[in-house]
Design a protein around this ligand. Structure first.
Ligand code: CP3
Length: 344
């Protein structure tokens, strides 16, 4: 069987060059994606259709040349299958019509294996991708962190202030913990099933980590993410796990847990991440995604990151998702520059 350079890099093994992928690499900057989404009718239909979801997962492999595919789905399919009513309103992002406000709302949610088992379209998508993906490329499966999922479940949509979740955090923390614990149980089983279906690597996105003040971050988010890692590592010790908590440079000193790769966001200097975490974890990241608007700035940034990280214990990525108006040629340039500059 061919070696997967991306999996090797996650495990800290030597690789011929530093592998690269991009968060949100399957998406609106690709005309080919827009075509398949239009055929599907809307974004959620696309997530529910294994054949089409497989097709858009594979698009960036051929078009952009990345070293790993990331499953095409969304973090919010979990609360959707727990019984909440998810929709994507054009131009406004995700919406739940029935946000959680009290204990009875949590009790009504479907939990555990019953919820995880409803995500069959995700597992079917994974199986299709694995049939088509080149043997030397890896497939990344993912979940949102319990906290990031809870922000949508409580606010009912994206938020700038997080005031409804934070009101709960400070005035009724037990209720927030009850939501987080219920979501954590579903995630553990959901990720087990993703691994059983064939994913090679797990990434946990805590996109809204920075909303929590540093002294409370462990209690309301990180410890639940670590609980998921412990659960998965007990059963699947060889499946690498990537943690991506966005925007928490002040927490770097306190990072702990049984995982393999720490995803560095664009606002955290790579030097700092390397100093604090580079010995214990492989680091992933962290070009500022807007550098992609300029090929010259992209090359400069890739070169700078490579100088800090050298050619081992690193995976190239953006420091957050690629934006829809980035020219495809510039994404291709980023990927080929990472592979060229890090070649041994
Ligand atoms: O290529 C990939 O990275 C895989 C697919 C993927 C999507 N969402 C597809 C998507 C992944 C890994 C996600 C994760 C996700 N979803 C996160 C965490 C990652 C991050 O960026 O921090 C979050 C917070 C969400 C929730 C979500 N989904 C929002 C806020 C939105 C609307 C914002 C937007 O970009 O439009 C989505 C929709 C979404 N998820 C799209 C895609 C391709 C856009 C839908 C479309 O119009 O086609």
């Amino acid at each position: 069987m061919a070696n997967k350079i991306f999996v090797d890099a996650c495990l800290g093994k030597e690789t011929p060059y530093t592998p690269v992928w991009m968060m949100r690499q399957a998406g609106r900057y690709l005309p080919e994606y827009m075509k398949v989404r239009a055929e599907a009718g809307n974004f959620l239909n696309l997530c529910h259709d294994p054949k089409k979801a497989c097709e858009v997962t594979l698009q960036p492999m051929d078009i952009v040349g990345v070293d790993a595919a990331i499953l095409f789905s969304d973090i919010l399919v979990i609360p959707d299958e727990m019984g909440m009513d998810l929709s994507f309103v054009k131009g406004e992002g995700p919406k739940f019509s029935d946000p959680i406000t009290c204990e009875a709302d949590i009790d009504r949610l479907i939990g555990g294996d019953e919820a995880a088992s409803k995500l069959t379209y995700v597992f079917d998508t994974i199986k299709l991708i694995k049939q088509e993906l080149a043997e030397d490329k890896a497939l990344i499966g993912f979940t949102g962190a319990p906290w990031t999922l809870a922000t949508y479940m409580i606010e009912g949509q994206g938020t700038k202030t997080y005031n409804i979740c934070k009101k709960m955090m400070y005035s009724n923390p037990a209720l927030l913990h009850k939501i987080l614990a219920k979501v954590t149980e579903v995630i553990k089983l959901y990720m087990e099933k993703q691994i059983d279906a064939g994913i090679d690597v797990v990434q946990i996105f805590d996109s809204w980590a920075a909303a929590i003040e540093p002294s409370m971050y462990d209690e309301f988010s990180w410890k639940y993410m670590v609980e998921i890692c412990d659960h998965l590592k007990a059963k699947y010790p060889n499946t690498p796990i990537i943690m991506f908590p966005k925007g928490i440079p002040t927490f770097l000193d306190k990072v702990y847990g049984n995982f393999d790769v720490f995803g560095v966001d664009w606002a955290t200097p790579m030097e700092l991440a390397k100093e604090k975490l580079g010995e214990k974890y492989v680091l992933q990241g962290n070009m500022e995604p807007c550098r992609l608007y300029s090929q010259e700035e992209t090359t400069k940034s890739v070169d700078d990151i490579q100088k800090v990280m050298g050619t081992s214990r690193h995976i190239f990525n953006l420091g957050h998702g690629i934006l829809p108006d980035v020219p495809v040629a510039n994404a291709i340039h980023f990927v080929s520059e990472c592979q060229r500059i890090s070649k041994k």
